[in-house]
Design a protein around this ligand. Structure first.
Ligand code: MSP
Length: 516
């Protein structure tokens, strides 16, 4: 099986984590867990983008040194990943020594090769915002928005990375390999951006203007442009242990649509090519979360706090909701009521109930041991076939990054389990000794289906899946699938169940009102 190196974007350490950050990390964590389940060896990398203007400004506002400021912010991010069970193998903070060293080595190498040259940068500069402005920021009447205050034309001596010479190669690359990007329609966007000539990329800033960055090894008066620094986190974290630049393995980069062009789709492959390294395996580009169809933005107060949601509904319910709700690659609207409804319906009522009902009946009618069912009848065979189809479809959809649909298919197995129990009514079968075999088959198969489903859905809801598996007498450890997967579980018979408890207990708001 192919090994997988999968990365997230590294978030700006200038404010606390928001829903977009949390979605992306949960998504990548799920893809990493799913790949492990398929038996692939996986390296999952995440991190924080800690240099640059935004961070320097936020630290200034908070009246803290930039280093102290990012150290504090890093605690918030790392705390949230722990809570959401996002478990990367490595986490690169760009202020770490190992990363600074790598960036300086890369700069030295590219400068020696003539890929980085000195030049003059000319542009419009906002004194108030302390940043260069682009044509995008200009008002239709040609002036600049109020927030920028006085705007002056400035020239600066800087260093440039020769991007332009890669243009033809890059265009051909995306024309021939649109599958380098998921969803593929995004490749058109990249090719559109490559229609215009690529200017060389200004990769340094004078320290007098921006001090918070990695100094250029060949000119101490300048620091590295934050994107040039940040993209290289993928090389720092590739970590095969062979040494800088030898560690690189083509990665699957999970990113949001706003940082595809130009950073990941244009700058990044050109940087890798200049370094003589193979480019990435894929850009997996997700869409944006909105709320009431509006952009999530602190300035308008339209924010969603993932930590508060995880505390209220549980980390797994949050993970399930974001992955079930958003079609990977497209935008989605966040709605707390819909999170609550999915938790109550699909998780508690469908999955949780199947375990609770079947589990307590194994307790009641089979002394807490999963019964054997050696002679499956037609009902049992039809049920098993339904579960197998659900699993195979789930698998194919997951491999095609259609997580939201994959979950819908997997739930067909859960629904079939509940329907089978309703139809067979074990409480009636238990009263009739001639129906003993049908009773055993019903309960054994409900347990078998639960085991198959929980082992798969562990990549989405790891904590609950483990708890559920333990309740049905499984070790709770989900390892790689066996070669003959999906197979009806062979060794469930005779297993002693653990204590059966609700997987998704009722929340206060779900309880009937008026009884208190
Ligand atoms: N620091 C850069 C990335 C450097 S990667 C070498 C950055 N940081 S960010 O904090 O602004 O964004 C981090 C990730 O969160 C990006 O992939 C971005 O697309 C994603 N999201 C930010 N807002 C989002 C939503 N509202 N919805 C979904 N994802 C969003 O860009």
């Amino acid at each position: 099986m192919d090994p997988l190196f999968i990365t997230t974007a590294i978030d700006y350490a200038n404010a606390q984590p928001h829903l977009g950050h949390a979605y992306e990390k949960v998504l990548t964590d799920t893809l990493a867990r799913f790949a492990r389940r398929q038996g692939r060896s996986v390296r999952f990398l995440s991190g924080l983008d800690e240099h640059g203007q935004k961070v320097q400004q936020s630290a200034g506002k908070a009246q803290k040194s930039p280093q102290l400021f990012v150290d504090e912010i890093s605690i918030l991010f790392l705390g949230l990943w722990k809570e959401l069970k996002v478990q990367p193998d490595d986490f690169v903070r760009t202020t770490e020594g190992r990363h600074q060293k790598l960036v300086q080595e890369v700069l030295t190498l590219l400068e020696a090769k003539g890929d980085i040259v000195r030049g003059t940068f000319r542009g419009f500069y906002s004194v108030r915002a302390e940043q260069f402005l682009t044509e995008k920021e200009r008002r239709p009447d040609g002036g600049w928005p109020e927030i920028y205050g006085e705007v002056v034309e400035l020239t600066e001596e800087n260093y440039f990375f020769k991007l332009s010479k890669h243009q033809d190669w890059l265009k051909e690359l995306y024309q021939k390999n649109p599958h380098l990007v998921f969803p593929e329609f995004r490749a058109k966007e990249i090719l559109g951006a490559l229609e215009k000539p690529l200017p060389d990329l200004c990769i340094s800033r004078p320290k007098t203007r921006l001090a918070w960055g990695i100094p250029l090894p060949f000119d101490e008066s300048q620091v590295t442009y934050v994107w040039f620094d940040a993209l290289l986190n993928y090389v720092t974290g590739a970590g095969g242990g062979k040494g800088i630049l030898k560690d690189w393995v083509p990665a699957v980069h999970v990113i949001g649509k706003d940082i595809m062009v130009p950073a990941h789709a244009i700058y990044w492959p050109c940087m890798l090519r200049a370094l003589g390294l193979p480019i990435f395996e894929k850009l997996l580009v997700h869409g944006f979360w909105t709320r009431k169809s509006e952009k999530l933005s602190k300035s308008t107060g339209n924010v969603v706090d993932p930590k508060a949601l995880a505390e209220k509904y549980g980390a797994d319910s949050f993970r399930y909701y974001v992955l079930r709700e958003m079609a990977l690659g497209h935008d989605a609207d966040f709605d707390e009521a819909s999170l609550a409804a999915r938790r109550k319906g699909e998780l508690a009522h469908e999955l949780g109930n199947l375990l609770q009902r079947a589990g307590s009946m194994v307790g009641r009618y089979c002394e807490g041991k999963i019964p054997a069912s050696p002679n499956p009848d037609a009902v049992t065979l039809a049920f098993r076939a339904t579960v197998m189809v659900a699993l195979r479809t789930w698998d194919e959809l997951m491999k095609g990054n259609q997580i939201h649909l994959a979950l819908g298919e997997l739930w067909k197995a859960v629904q079939a389990g509940n329907q089978m129990i309703e139809a067979r009514a074990p409480w009636k079968l238990a009263k009739d000794p001639s129906q003993a075999e049908a009773l055993r088959a019903t309960l054994a198969d409900a347990m078998g289906a639960l085991e198959l489903v929980l082992e798969e859905v562990a990549c989405i809801i790891p904590v609950t899946a483990k708890a559920g598996l333990e309740q049905i007498g499984h070790s709770g450890v989900v390892s790689a699938r066996s070669k003959d997967w999906p197979q009806w579980p062979r060794e469930v018979a005779g297993r002693v169940l653990g204590k059966i408890e609700p997987l998704f207990p009722l929340l206060d708001e779900d309880r009937p009102k008026g009884n208190s």
